[in-house]
Design a protein around this ligand. Sequence first.
Ligand code: ATP
Ligand code: MG
Length: 446
Amino acid sequence: MRLSRYFLPVLKETPAEAQIVSHRLMLRAGMIKQASAGIYSWLPLGYRVLNRIQEIIHQEQERAGHIPLLMPTIQGADLWRESGRYDAYGEEMLRIKDRQGRDMLFSPTAEELITDIFRSYVRSYKDVPLTLYQIQWKFRDEIRPRFGVMRGREFLMKDGYNFDLTKEDALHAYNRHLVSYLRTYERMGLKAIPMRADGGPIGGDYTHEFLVLAETGESEVFYDSAVTDLTFGDRVINYDSVEECQGVLEEFTSRYARTDETHDEAVFDGIPEERRRVARGIEVGQIFYFGTKYSDALGATVQDAEGNKVPVHMGSHGIGVSRLLGALIEANHDDKGIIWPEGVTPFHCGIVNLKQGDAAADAACENLYDQLKTAGLEPLYDDRDERAGAKFATMDLIGLPWRITVGPRGLKNGVVELTSRRTGESVELAPEAAVQQITEIYRKHP
Ligand code: ATP
Ligand code: MG
């Protein structure tokens, strides 16, 4: 993309309404624009990151054997009456009437609709296990939408639902989700710690929230600092293996890590003092096993091997897709702007032409631009007729991990400059070598 032809409405001033850094930077970098309270337009740069996050989620869900579909945002009230949640959900549910006066709603989650799909088609135990998921907009009429996309009213969520014959199978689905979520967040360059959470009205011990540690997080968390040393890395896991998934779950959840709802001071005090941590976190996902709650309410049964009709065991799993942009920025920024991890960056690298109009500089930039694209990368070329300082400020603000700076002086010696946004370190090298180095870096981030 050429910046001169792109739509990147960056702001010079810090918007007064933004209280936390991620919100400020998303507005300043021209990623989002508020349409109404808690409802945002995704401007091109923000939209690119949102798409990268979705790609990673889809790839990791596919790896785990989960199947994507898409359900409507606007749903009829009848199914929700069947489950009892039409009344129970309360004020957070946006209720709408159509022209016939029928009750409709904007889906805050989709257990009812997915269970209806399941019960309409699936009859036999041979058709489970089955896990279906979508990435779709949700609406919750939050009392206090704030912090930009962190707590929106309209927000993008990956929501998945597993259907299994037995509790045992459903717990395997639970563990499988835990593993796939660990991989998903790590690929985005985020450390999200699974913490024992509260099942709320659903109850039970089987729920974990994934939290990104950040001072601006809305949740208070308590953990053994040893949990922050765990990384999943690039290990390959057989998602069909009950033992392997269980093993990962044990590795990542046996140390103390809880939200305030499940915090137990007595157990916490048993941890050596130097490892006890009280901090704040951003909830970027949650997984549940809730048994037959919805299959009982909506009559989702299958015939088992003996011919008995039994309700399926279910769980649900969510990732806060749009919230993740906020969490990523909270965890990756400095006073100049955003620092995108390679896995989610909107463009792979920036090209800054120090002297637009200089024949040699222009030609070298065009060349780099073509070569990077030929290598399968997406560069952002700042070809505007602007001062070098303004170009650097824009690049630093929007946070591309790598920048190639091209100027007449360097070109005389056959070199350009490659700069890391994270460390600020620069090296001079031949243009071809810069392309090669960047290509190499992104080989690890498909
Ligand atoms: P919270 O406790 O933050 O209100 P929740 O527990 O009600 O969230 P879930 O039903 O678990 O949310 O939804 C799955 C994920 O969707 C959450 O882990 C979170 O990342 C995201 N999410 C929930 N509500 C919002 C919101 N208002 N704005 C943005 N993301 C949200
Ligand atoms: Mg939650």
